[in-house]
Design a protein around this ligand. Structure first.
Ligand code: SF4
Length: 365
């Protein structure tokens, strides 16, 4: 069994057990400092907590700190929000939209939710590099769901220790969110709050186990183009063993890289539902925001097509819709995630544009 060494954990700025994170730069450099990621040259760290009942490999045991709760996972009933999204995923492909509202602004939140209501299947309300301070996840989810939109909550390990994360998971269960997207999170060295101390008490794989044990439908992220490229599918497999149901595939350059990644993951022995991220661009501002995403790879010519068009807004809607349609044709793809953010002041217009794409796809009809 491959496990992390004390030296690796101590040298990793995120203290990861199940590294590497998705922020490894394309040349192998850590997202935080000018040194090589400490996980690049060692075997994939195997999940050594309690495996899920339908695990495709023999159970291994030994991890206590991440999975005390995982032991009772099978006895925990999924809450209604998770059960409803599971049923939907079993019935048809879904469309998820990032949540573009201004942070800490209830009016912007309500307006953006209203623009998405009845048009998308869920909104992914997570982290933002330019707005690290958000309402607490369960309160934010409650406010959005009050407007009639199911919430898929992004939960990161940067801003909360395990006790606070357990509290949020309980709150999200009470709110009845559709899903919980478990990420390690960008380091505070990136984004608009470098003054804050990062926590990283747990990492995404460990948080996955806790969320699954709490009856949530759990998603994780994986970045097929981030080093070590050849080990990304194996790392996803370990997250599935920890309890992940769904993988949001980071921007990897189009449908062919996603098809290859699904194939590699299946060869590695795991078969979660895949929801690829689709770059949502309708103007220069949204293109600029997308460029701030770590390890972003876009389809060749995608941005030029939109930004050099006579009408970038209409061209953006067309390009995004076409890419969604190509993704949805792939075996294993369970939906698409319209991913990106708005120009300042254009949040509702951006949410409406995502609603238009969702309507064009016609998945809800
Ligand atoms: S790239 Fe991520 S996993 Fe690798 S050393 Fe840096 S913080 Fe740790």
């Amino acid at each position: 069994m491959s496990v992390v060494t004390p030296g690796q954990r101590a040298s990793c700025p995120k203290h990861m057990e199940y590294g590497p994170c998705g922020g490894v730069d394309f040349d192998g450099t850590c997202e935080v400092g000018e040194f090589r990621c400490v996980f690049l040259d060692t075997p994939t760290v195997r999940w050594h907590g309690t495996p899920r009942a339908d695990a495709p490999v023999e159970p291994q045991s030994g991890d206590v700190h991440a999975t005390a709760a995982a032991a009772h996972r099978e006895s925990v009933e999924p809450h209604p929000g998770a059960a409803a999204m599971r049923a939907l995923l079993a019935a048809r492909p879904i469309v998820v939209a990032d949540f573009p509202a201004r942070s800490l602004d209830r009016i912007s939140l309500a307006d953006c939710a209203a623009a998405l209501a009845g048009r998308v299947d869920a909104t992914l309300a997570g982290d933002s590099g330019r707005s690290r301070v958000q309402f607490p996840p369960s309160y934010r989810a409650h406010l959005i769901q009050q407007q009639g939109v199911a919430v898929w909550t992004g939960l990161n390990c940067r801003d909360r220790n395990r006790v606070a994360l357990e509290g949020e998971l309980a709150g999200l269960r009470a709110v009845g969110v559709a899903g919980v997207h478990c990420v390690t999170g960008d380091h505070t060295a990136t984004g608009d709050r470098p003054d804050a101390q990062p926590v990283f008490d747990l990492d995404s794989t460990q948080l996955t186990a806790l969320a699954a044990a709490d009856g949530h439908l759990v998603s994780v992220a994986e970045a097929p183009t981030s080093p070590p490229v050849g080990k990304r599918a194996a790392r996803l497999r370990e997250k599935v063993l920890a309890g992940a149901d769904v993988c949001f595939v980071n921007h990897a350059g189009g449908d062919e890289p996603v098809r290859r990644f699904i194939e590699e993951t299946r060869e590695a022995g795991a078969d979660p539902a895949f929801i690829p991220c689709i770059p949502m661009v309708i103007d220069k501002g949204s293109a600029g925001l997308l460029r701030t995403f770590t390890t972003l790879v876009l389809p060749e010519g995608f941005l030029d097509r939109i930004l050099h068009a006579a009408d970038p807004y209409r061209e953006g809607l067309d390009a995004v819709t076409e890419l969604c349609e190509r993704m949805l044709e792939l075996d294993g793809v369970a939906g698409v995630n319209l991913s990106g953010g708005a120009s300042p002041g254009a949040e509702v217009e951006f949410a409406d544009a995502m609603g238009i794409v969702a309507e064009r796809l016609g998945l809800r009809s």
